[in-house]
Design a protein around this ligand. Sequence first.
Ligand SMILES: [Mn+2]
Length: 341
Amino acid sequence: MLVVMSQGCSPDCGERVISALAAAGRRAERIALADRAAVRADGPFDVALAEVVGRLPGVALVLPASRPMRHVLRREGRGATTVRLGRHTIGDGGFTIVAGPCAVEDEAGLERVARAVAEAGADVLRGGAFKPRASPYDFQGLGRPALPLLARVGAAVGLPVVTEALDAASLDEVSRHAHMVQIGARNMDNSALLKHAGRAGIPVLLKRGMAATLEDLLLAAEYVLEEGNPHVVLCERGIRTFSDHSRYTLDLGIVPVLKRVSHLPVIVDPSHASGAREVVPALARAALAAGADGVMVEVHPDPLHALSDGRQSLTPEEFRVLASDLRALEPLLARHREPVT
Ligand SMILES: [Mn+2]
């Protein structure tokens, strides 16, 4: 458990936290974060104890984490981080809709989807060039040739582009053609790639690993920020549980917690989480209600014949309905996305 103190709180406040933890049988020690003090306690996270400690004077946050974080935690007196992609900004209180095919398959198909999602009100175009697939025998993406294609089509429909990189070489390629690089769930704990993205300076869409805790995800983002790149958007995309009715379990519960403890924008990917087209709109609407800064949704002109993830891809018409529902709900739920101070 990590108890983050307010900036400039007196040493007495820290002592009171340590005493309260000691009374609950926890060994605790004072540690220094970048701009303030914190107390780290041994043992598992305890919700009731966190509530008791959270009410003590001078306590800013109580986190289910034990390792220090210098950059990703919410900072007093400073607003939430916004990430700019071309003319669009993520995390400014608006709701960002990222949409497009799982993979770029060919120019004509990409152009059809891009036009459809742009007309339906999407803010950002997605499309995979390098695909990290579960099987080496599955379609691996078009690779490098897909990048200029994405850039051309994005510019033609007026949308910034996000696409995934798998390693340092593909990240450099992506940086030359896209507005944002995605680091996928399978690469979330690839610290070399995270550092490389940090040094590259390009905005990063960081997806939560399928077995990553809140602390794991925040520490992964910490790698990018530590290298001097503050343009990070976190993405919940479903975790592995015992559930057998969907591909993964969308952990919407992490959204309000991330928004409370971190200044980074948070978006939700209901497509990869559910793996099922008919479930995606409900989860996307729920993500908006949970306070996410946006969603990322897969759309394909002919899902039955998609080379990857067709089962979870919306048709352009289904996406048009979803986008219009989200835009209608957005003003009702806007106050839940306002930066917490
Ligand atoms: Mn996909």
